[in-house]
Design a protein around this ligand. Structure first.
Ligand code: F6R
Length: 366
């Protein structure tokens, strides 16, 4: 049932070219320029006229919400807030007429997320679910939404659900941005094509697995680590750190790369691995100077870089290359090396990566 893989986690990581394809199939028509999502279409008016969108989720799904915040604000110009469900539900949240809530959940059973959307629903918000498990509690409690169609996720660490969440959230954002006119036809068509290319680029990123395994064996004895990125890749850094913590029990902190100067840089010494998401985007030069700052303090720099980016590679002790993608789309590709790194470090330490200690697949208690 693991399809020849040693663990469900590895199988699910490698399924991603297919799961993302399945998620886009029947919805995205890159040539025709359309995105078809019936459970979103019904609420298209409310979304296009929304004063605010609030994303509610936990854990990895919350990271998908953070990436979506950058995408939605860029293409729809609607202010977005991303909330931890557990915080939102207990602080008498302000919900105004016209607010749309997007709940993101793989299992559809996370207790905090479920109660958070029920609270928001009572206050009159429209709830859209981005959920993997069909017919789950969160799917049923939502007014509309879209399934991620990633198939059952067995490994406790979420992998393929995350990339499918990003695919769905990106499609919603592009659809709304296009209807609103905040996204030009040209940029819209370009991004549809970029989205269409994701399964293939993810397959290419997966081909770095042997290189990533070598890097994993080099850093597996670290006791602490930092994950840094900026813009669309800041949440990818957070997700990389979460994966490493869960699977290898190495302390990992994700940070916006520039924020490191405001504290975490004190941790940097010759023993500290610092993982950068440093692919080409509008923040690239800034990320390169952040890499230099770590090098100057003798930290070890491991960087995910765009193919052919010699300048970035020259600054790193170890590099993992991924295909270039538009910055809005890149997180779906850039997270792949993060998942594989955590997997190989966990396996090399002899841990049960499918069932990490203290964790359950779905958190049905608050
Ligand atoms: C991380 C992980 C958890 C979940 C979180 C939310 O690998 O699996 O952080 O992402 O518990 O779960 P769902 O998405 O089922 O609501």
């Amino acid at each position: 049932e693991k399809g020849g893989y040693d663990h469900f986690m590895l199988k699910e990581i490698f399924e991603q070219p297919n799961t993302i394809f399945d998620c886009l199939r029947g919805r995205l028509d890159a040539t025709g320029g359309t995105i078809t999502m019936s459970g979103i279409q019904k609420y298209a008016d409310q979304l296009t006229t929304a004063n605010r969108i609030i994303m509610i989720a936990c854990g990895t799904s919350w990271h998908a919400g953070l990436v979506a915040e950058y995408i939605f604000e860029e293409v729809t110009r609607i202010p977005v807030e991303v909330e931890y469900a557990s915080e939102f539900r207990y602080r008498n949240p302000i919900i105004n007429k016209g607010d749309v809530i997007i709940a993101i959940s793989q299992s559809g059973e996370t207790a905090d997320t479920l109660v958070a959307i029920e609270t928001a629903k009572e206050k009159g918000a429209i709830i859209l679910g981005v959920v993997n498990v069909v017919g789950s509690s969160i799917a049923r409690a939502s007014h509309g939404g879209a399934y991620t169609h990633a198939g059952p996720e067995i490994g406790v660490a979420s992998t393929k659900a995350f990339t499918a969440q990003l695919a769905v959230l990106t499609m919603i954002a592009l659809k709304i941005g296009y209807i609103k006119g905040t996204l030009t036809e040209k940029r819209y068509m370009h991004l549809l094509n970029e989205l269409n290319d994701v399964p293939e680029k993810v397959a290419t990123a997966l081909m770095q697995k042997d290189k990533i395994r070598e890097i994993a064996s080099k850093y597996k004895n670290a006791s602490d680590s930092l994950y840094l990125g900026r813009g669309y890749n800041f949440p990818v850094a957070l997700e990389g750190a979460l994966k490493l913590k869960e699977i290898s029990y190495i302390h990992a902190e994700g940070y916006p790369a520039a924020e490191m100067k405001h504290g975490p840089i004190a941790l940097v010494d010759e023993k500290l691995p610092v993982f950068f998401v440093a692919t080409k985007d509008s923040f690239h030069e800034k990320v390169l100077s952040n890499m230099q700052e770590i090098k100057a303090r003798k930290g070890k720099v491991i960087a995910v870089v765009s193919e052919g980016d010699d300048a970035a590679s020259a600054l790193a002790d170890d590099t993992i290359t991924v295909p270039y993608a538009d910055e809005l789309i890149a997180p779906m590709i850039n997270v792949i090396p993060m998942q594989l790194l955590a997997y190989y470090i966990g396996v090399s330490k002899g841990y049960d990566v499918d069932k990490p200690r203290n964790l359950a697949k779905s958190v049905t208690v608050e």
